[in-house]
Design a protein around this ligand. Structure first.
Ligand code: SF4
Length: 408
């Protein structure tokens, strides 16, 4: 069980939420149990050799450390903020997906990049990596439910419909969040669009409005809406495109709403961040008068509006670090990061706003057994679980990423 309140002494249970509430399907496993005992393992990558499935965390830790030592500079291990401690302890760098990809690309001496994160992140690393570098995702089933809500086929179909409605797409700038498949980044690159992250979405949208009349933003409606609000764009100038509506129905939107729109928002969301609610913030503030609330912009608009601050994972980490000693801070993001921030800031009370603190279930699939397996295979000279983006896709995706990087 994860303890979320930190003090000068040993961590104490969170006084705000009874521990009994901190239950969810994967919660009990935050402290690593053998893969074979994980209830969800049946839906994870099954091809990992059987011997790894029964190893306990001590043995896995020993093996990872030994393989890591043997490989030396040949490998860079990247750990996203939302990875569990038993993984993050081996990371050469930890951060968000884009920063990690840049870190890997700046370590050209390492031919292997092991990305402890989800699929789109490994793709981004492959796009930015040198031609001699190979990217490995420890568990191929570690995807992202948000990224999966925007398939290339559905986005292209929506694009066609928008083109028919507006008599062309020249005035529409496609913007994809980093949390999307490489094919969508390439789509943006090939259509005058760009990629954004949660730290630069405002800058990217400002640029997009210099290029066209309206923005087509995918896959996260909340980041798009929150960024639009921060730029003074009202809800009446934003319209939701429901990708579940059969093609030919304008994503369920009305023609007048589309014609009035400045931002067309794809109806995607992050299953972790969409859990945070206004009620949670109100209850936390009632329990801790004077407390601060910081949330990720993938949260709903009413949650972002009620928070004291919102921003990327890097922003949240800095917000907590910069807060004065004694501060009480409720955080709206994934539990592994909140838990780590609580430990790293023992002079503050840091807790997750969500009383049912599920980790991101797909990030969680990077179990240490998978990391031990891919590293020991590398020691033997074998590459397993390589993520390789098609060269043409890579080229166009790079165009969209470079447009973003040019926006200082
Ligand atoms: S936290 Fe949300 S956006 Fe991030 S990988 Fe998990 S589901 Fe995807």
């Amino acid at each position: 069980m994860t303890t979320m309140t930190a003090t000068h002494s040993a961590p104490k249970p969170n006084p705000y939420f009874p521990i009994a509430q901190l239950q969810c399907e994967t919660d009990a496993g935050i402290e690593t149990i053998p893969l074979s005992e994980e209830r969800a393992f049946t839906s994870w990558q099954p091809t990992i050799p059987e011997r790894y499935q029964r190893m306990d965390v001590e043995e896995l830790t020993r093996r990872i450390r030994a393989a890591r030592g043997t490989l030396g500079d040949k490998v860079v291990i990247l750990g996203h903020h939302y990875q569990r401690e038993d993984i993050i302890q081996f990371a050469d760098d930890r951060g968000d997906s884009f920063a990690l990809s840049q870190y890997a690309a700046s370590h050209q001496e390492s031919p292997y990049i092991v990305f402890c994160g989800v699929h789109f992140m490994a793709e981004a690393a492959d796009i930015l990596a040198g031609p001699h570098q190979q990217v490995i995702l420890p568990n191929l089933e570690a995807g992202c439910s948000m990224a999966d809500m925007a398939s290339e086929r559905d986005v292209r179909s929506a694009w066609r419909e928008l083109g028919e409605l507006f008599g062309g797409t020249d005035d529409i700038i496609p913007v994809t969040y980093m949390n999307s498949a490489a094919a969508l980044k390439a789509f943006c690159g090939a259509n005058g669009g760009v990629v954004c992250t949660s730290s630069n979405a405002d800058k990217v949208l400002e640029w997009a409005f210099t290029q066209g009349k309206r923005v087509f933003f995918f896959p996260d409606q909340h980041l798009g809406r929150n960024t639009g609000h921060a730029m003074g764009i009202g809800d009446d100038e934003m319209v939701l495109w429901n990708w579940r509506v059969p093609a030919g129905n304008l994503g369920g939107a009305k023609v007048e709403a589309l014609e009035r729109s400045r931002i067309i928002l794809w109806q995607g969301h992050c299953s972790v961040h969409q859990r945070f609610s206004l009620t949670q913030i109100e209850e936390a503030r009632a329990a801790h008068p004077g407390m601060k609330v910081v949330v990720h912009p993938e949260c709903r608009a009413e949650v972002v509006d009620a928070a004291d601050a919102n921003g990327s994972t890097a922003f949240i980490a800095k917000y907590v670090a910069d807060a004065p000693a004694g501060s009480v801070i409720g955080v709206g993001t994934e539990i592994n990061l909140v838990s780590r921030l609580a430990k790293e800031n023992p002079d503050k009370t840091v807790f997750c706003l969500d009383p049912v603190v599920c980790p991101c279930s797909t990030m969680y699939r990077v179990h240490p057994a998978y990391l031990a397996w891919v590293l020991e295979e590398l020691v033997e000279g074998r590459v397993v679980n390589r993520i390789e983006v098609d060269p043409a896709v890579k080229h166009d995706a790079k165009v969209a990423l470079e447009r973003m990087l040019a926006l200082k």
